[in-house]
Design a protein. Structure first.
Length: 136
């Protein structure tokens, strides 16, 4: 209430609705508008995070997934995990767009990779896919 000329009057507050969306949409917007692509030195340093993940989870089969783009790539790792990491970054991610971020997820079970593709950010996840492959 606001006091006007010695009397109280109810003042209606103007409310504005703001669509925030979900956390993914918020992150996507932030990466698109504020995060610069990583330089080659930063990318090389982040490869260690991926190697650490592969050393700590089942990794015969891995998936690179971007739900927004319906983009799914499955890796069968027969050789060294270093080769796999280089293929993931140098042949898969760089061919799709500019790498803006490479981080381990909070639960430590995947790698979150943000790519800028035609001035729009997309999140890719790299995770173990062993349980989804059925061998007969």
């Amino acid at each position: 209430m606001k006091l006007i000329k010695g009397k109280f009057r109810n003042k209606k507050k103007k409310q504005t609705k703001v669509a925030i969306g979900n956390l993914y949409d918020l992150n996507k917007n932030l990466v698109t508008k504020t995060v610069l692509p990583m330089n080659e030195e930063e990318i090389i340093n982040k490869k260690q995070i991926i190697l650490d993940l592969l050393n700590n989870i089942p990794h015969e089969y891995m998936m690179l997934l971007c739900h927004d783009r319906r983009d799914y790539t499955i890796f069968q790792i027969d050789n060294s995990i270093e080769d796999c990491v280089n293929i993931l970054i140098d042949e898969c991610c760089k061919n799709r767009g500019q790498i803006c971020s490479i981080e381990k997820t909070e639960d430590g079970q995947a790698i979150e990779i943000w790519l800028n593709i035609n001035n729009e950010a997309f999140c890719y996840y790299f995770f173990s896919y062993c349980e989804a492959v059925i061998k007969c």
